[in-house]
Design a protein around this ligand. Structure first.
Ligand code: SF4
Length: 390
């Protein structure tokens, strides 16, 4: 039996830049800005008025790691659903409101954790800012000023010709100034554009010109593949500079996918503790096993394991042993066999047909030793001792 030193879970990766200093707001129980961890949000796609469907989707998002959820409020029926949704959701609910100032007051009364307003769609709000600021302030509810390239204030569109970074920033700061006139600064800002280059420039300018927390988003980013790339590139550039306090990945895909991508972006940048991480080689002419299938099978078998674990799946003995040794757990394959590494030590060599089951068993054993709560049927898989069979 091989003794395995587990130690503590690995410390978070060092960050690329200090976080930008911003004021902190509370979106319900979730702090945003002021050094709080970057939070991940999404938006429901159900009819908000359908309370059960919306709560069901919020529950799925919560299970996937969503920390704040936004719901659209385009009609009176949606307004009527807000109290039940705000009360029963396990995560803070933001009401997304355009055009109708009265819905802002209703959302605050309903117990929503924040309200999003869009300066481009709320010109008729301008004379209501004083009342909105008072109601939000009295209730301790922050406001997100959410500028969107597709609905830029017409005055700014005329001034700049199109939704430039400067136009987006001017729109946001102008709206902030209306609230500031009434002493209200419980604000976060987003300036979304579908072009990551414009979006990055806009957020950089905003970061220079105010200390409000920033909500990052690439709007209308597209279907899953394109949207993931755009969001990862844009958020990555900004977060690597310390800019960004909360993120929403917008995909033309189920919102749970947005949360998976958002969490993965934060994990990649060391802004969140990494969960399960599969390090698999791209395979090449030296590969002596089917690396793609092996990596897929291991990923599928370990999905959802609630511990930070790095598992290396390597195709041959050229780079394989090095990577496998660096990981918590790994396999270097070759000659119809797999050398299984745990915490840098070879603990056994198994036939190729047993690589997946052995990796899974050892991963579960590590997770158990790290204190993960495993279902009984999984725990049964790891009751036997680790046997060395070099
Ligand atoms: S580990 Fe081996 S098979 Fe995989 S890419 Fe590197 S050299 Fe090729």
């Amino acid at each position: 039996m091989t003794a395995v030193s587990l130690g503590m879970p690995a410390a978070p990766a060092p960050q690329l830049a200090p976080r930008r200093k911003s004021r902190q707001i509370m979106v319900g129980s979730v702090p945003v800005g002021g050094g709080a961890p970057v939070s991940v949000q999404s938006m429901t796609t159900t009819l908000t008025a359908d309370i059960n469907a919306t709560l069901q989707q919020i529950a799925e998002l919560t299970a996937a790691g969503c920390q704040i959820v936004r719901v659209a409020v385009p009609s009176q029926d949606d307004v009527l659903a807000l109290p039940a949704i705000a009360k029963k959701s396990q995560i803070p609910v933001i009401a997304d409101i355009h055009f109708q100032p009265k819905y802002v007051f209703a959302a605050i009364d309903a117990g929503c954790a924040a309200v999003r307003v869009n300066p481009g769609n709320i010109r008729q709000f301008d004379d209501k800012v004083k009342e909105i600021a008072k109601a939000a302030s009295d209730a301790g509810v922050p406001i997100r000023i959410g500028v969107n390239a597709g609905s830029l204030d017409k005055r700014l569109l005329a001034k700049y010709g199109k939704a430039t970074a400067e136009a987006l920033v001017e729109s946001a700061l102008w709206e902030c100034s209306l609230f500031e006139e009434h002493g209200f600064r419980d604000i976060k800002i987003s300036v979304k554009h579908n072009d990551p280059v414009v979006m990055i420039r806009a957020y950089r300018q905003l970061a220079e010109r105010c200390d409000y927390p920033l909500h990052l988003g690439v709007t209308e980013a597209g279907p899953a593949f394109q949207g993931t790339i755009k969001s990862a590139v844009a958020f990555g550039a900004l977060l690597a500079e310390g800019i960004g306090d909360t993120i929403r990945v917008s995909l033309s895909a189920p919102p749970v996918e947005e949360i998976k991508v958002g969490n993965a972006i934060l994990e990649s940048l060391g802004l969140r503790e990494r969960g399960l991480e599969i390090v698999s080689c791209p395979s090449c002419g030296r590969a002596q096993v089917d690396v793609y299938t092996l990596a897929e099978q291991v990923t599928a078998a370990l999905e959802g394991l609630p511990v930070p674990l790095r598992v290396a799946v390597m195709g041959c003995v050229v780079n394989g042993p090095g990577e496998a040794r660096e990981a918590d757990l790994g396999v270097a394959s070759g000659n119809g066999k797999g050398q299984i590494f745990v915490k840098g030590e070879v603990i056994k060599t198994v036939p190729e047909s047993q690589i997946v089951e052995t990796l899974v068993e050892e991963a579960l054993r590590l997770a158990d030793q790290m204190g993960a709560e495993l279902p009984e049927e999984l725990r049964e898989l790891i009751t036997g001792p680790t046997v060395t069979v070099h």
